[in-house]
Design a protein around this ligand. Structure first.
Ligand code: PNS
Length: 190
């Protein structure tokens, strides 16, 4: 076992069985593993950061040396703040290699003391990505076996029109509360 802390950064939108497989492998190798969700992603996510945090916490509850966190800005700065020694990333196929190599070398340029460690998930997950899972689920296809059951359930809920309506209403209520709060503040100042 490698002494010290490694971080496994990513978008995890949503977490897949491939991610979970890598987390389990990483947890066997590193003394402590922090799965870190990027907060300031430019992409418009399907799941909020809070939802991803909740799902990953539930999925890794039995792994005592794994914790879930979120980060903003440069990943190497976040890694340094935790005194991490390694960055864990997964490589599924040769198509991942170019992007991962570029990122690893850029991170090394930014922080030479941090090592990127690549691991391969089980080959049965070599074609599974969050993007494809989202695409299949959004088109009404089955995602059983590609994502953990809790994620499958969340996807079904997220894409169910009744739940969508509930989400929209919730946002409306929150917006209204915020407007009320601002109005009260304005009146107080006047
Ligand atoms: O799961 P993803 O989307 O492939 O993860 C990409 C991630 C989050 C690891 C990468 O985009 C990242 O580290 N972003 C933080 C900003 C940063 O440090 N960029 C420089 C990377 S070379």
């Amino acid at each position: 076992m490698h002494k010290g802390l490694a971080i496994y950064p990513g978008s995890f939108d949503p977490p897949t069985n491939g991610h979970l497989d890598l987390i389990e492998r990483g947890a066997k190798i590193f003394e402590e593993l922090v799965v870190a969700i990027l907060r300031n992603s430019e992409k418009s996510p399907m799941f909020s950061v809070a939802e991803r945090l909740e799902m990953l916490r539930e999925l890794t509850a039995s792994l005592s040396n794994v914790r879930i966190d979120t980060f903003d800005g440069l990943m190497v700065e976040y890694a340094k703040s935790l005194q991490a020694t390694c960055i864990l990333r997964g490589i599924r196929a040769i198509s991942d290699y170019e992007y991962e190599l570029q990122m690893a070398l850029m991170n090394r340029k930014l922080e030479p003391t941090l090592e990127t460690v690549f691991m391969m998930p089980a080959d049965k997950y070599s074609y599974v990505s969050s993007r494809l899972v989202r695409e299949v689920a959004q088109a009404g296809g089955p995602v059983k076996g590609l994502v953990p059951e809790v994620v499958e359930q969340r996807l079904l809920e997220k894409l169910d029109p009744a739940y969508k309506l509930r989400d929209a209403r919730m946002i409306e209520v929150l917006d209204r509360r915020e407007l009320d709060r601002r109005e009260k503040k304005r009146k107080k100042k006047a």
